[in-house]
Design a binder for this molecule. Structure first.
Ligand SMILES: NC(=O)c1ccc[n+]([C@@H]2O[C@H](COP(=O)([O-])OP(=O)(O)OC[C@H]3O[C@@H](n4cnc5c(N)ncnc54)[C@H](OP(=O)(O)O)[C@@H]3O)[C@@H](O)[C@H]2O)c1
Length: 347
């Protein structure tokens, strides 16, 4: 054997050993959920009356789960229940409704306690959310507070009320918490104001709970969808001037949306696998590389892919910032036509 071949053999052996070591490490660090089937389980979904929350409800009900749906508007909740029960031929009492504003901590805590008395909660899905598109300082304070109270505190209150109840039984019966974030929680999306701030905060909450709840058999999954075809997205798209600017800034088409049912499918599959971070789009996969934080990838393929993509993604972010600086300087942000970015949504 010549020297080149000897080097190739030694290199191959070292590479093989490293790969096996990586495989062992990813398996050791994985946190596989034991919640395999939703049949007979109780799934509580905040924001379950429309959009992504409704589709999560539909898929869980199809698998035989009991549901509690929480939202503010009683008529939307009733409509959701009648759609679910009629399309899936379910008894009306398999879906419980609670008309509660998630930003009202007392009302939400009582609703969750009542739901637990009906049936112990196996899966808590925090999905209620509102968008507050606009430039931060042009957005009314009341709207910034409303986004914080709904997207962040609404989730905090729900989880805080549910965990002590879940802990009473999870030694024997594993359970899950699904936090619906957004790609806006991975990138400070221009013009998304407090929405992006609240979604970044949810990422921290998910990472914290992922570790704190490990000994309790409660698994945390953080789902970060991209633009999804829901009433929320339709509202955001009405801000045509801002939408056009954001599309040029990020080289994307905001009319290209995912189906809420596909997002629901990936969220539930991820939750069942005990996956920590679930993204649902192509660009989501790349953003995951830049924002995964301290939680490692769950599979060796994801781990290796993320490892290899880290350097190219950092270089891409460097190039993108140069484009963003040039593009935003070119915009005449002081011109009156630029005003009106803010939706000032107060409903
Ligand atoms: N659509 C997207 O492009 C997209 C992308 C990434 C992430 N997400 C996230 O996905 C989640 C669901 O959004 P979606 O697009 O499905 O929106 P959606 O169709 O507008 O649904 C929002 C749900 O939350 C409820 N809700 C809103 N404020 C509430 C409050 N204060 N208390 C209780 N319930 C409340 C709504 O019902 P009521 O109005 O009757 O209360 C409704 O059931 C949100 O967290 C959102 O940030 C959405």
């Amino acid at each position: 054997m010549d020297i080149a071949n000897a080097y190739a053999v030694v290199g191959g052996v070292i590479f093989g050993i490293l790969l096996l070591l990586l495989l062992w490490l990813t398996q050791r660090s994985a946190v596989p959920s034991q919640l395999r089937s939703l049949r007979g389980k109780h799934v509580l979904i905040t924001g379950g009356s429309t959009g992504i929350g409704f589709h999560i409800a539909r898929r869980c009900a199809k698998e035989g789960a009991y549901l509690t749906l929480i939202a503010r508007t009683p008529s939307k909740l009733e409509e959701a229940r009648s759609l679910l029960t009629s399309s899936l031929s379910l008894p009306l009492d398999s879906v419980s409704l609670k008309a509660v504003d998630v930003s009202d901590s007392e009302a939400l805590t009582s609703a969750i306690k009542e739901s637990f008395e009906w049936r112990p909660i196996d899966v808590l899905v925090c999905c209620a959310g509102i968008a507050v598109p606009g430039i931060f300082d042009e957005t009314k304070l009341i709207n910034l507070q409303q986004a914080t109270n709904t997207n962040l505190l609404g989730c905090v209150y729900a989880i805080h009320a549910a965990i002590p109840l879940m802990k009473t039984r999870t030694r024997q019966q594993p359970s899950s918490i699904v936090i619906v974030g957004s790609l806006s929680g991975m990138i400070g999306l221009y013009g998304s104001s407090m929405y992006t701030v609240t979604k970044f905060a949810l990422k921290g909450l998910a990472e914290l709970l992922r570790f704190e709840l490990l000994p309790w058999n409660i698994y945390v999954t953080h789902v970060c969808p991209g633009f999804t075809d829901t009433p929320m997205h339709i509202e955001v798209m009405k801000m045509t001037h801002l939408v056009r600017l954001v599309e040029k800034l990020y080289f994307m088409n905001m009319n290209v949306v995912e189906s809420p049912d596909e997002v629901a499918k990936l969220a539930i599959e991820g939750m069942k696998r005990g996956q920590y971070l679930v993204t649902t789009t192509f660009n989501g996969f790349f953003l995951r590389v830049l924002s995964r934080g301290f939680v490692p990838a769950e599979s060796i393929t994801a781990f290796v892919a993320e490892l290899l993509l880290t350097v190219p993604m950092r270089i891409f972010s460097l190039l993108w910032v140069i484009h963003a600086k040039w593009f935003l300087r070119k915009q005449d942000v002081h011109s009156p036509k630029q005003n009106g970015f803010c939706a000032n949504m107060s409903s």
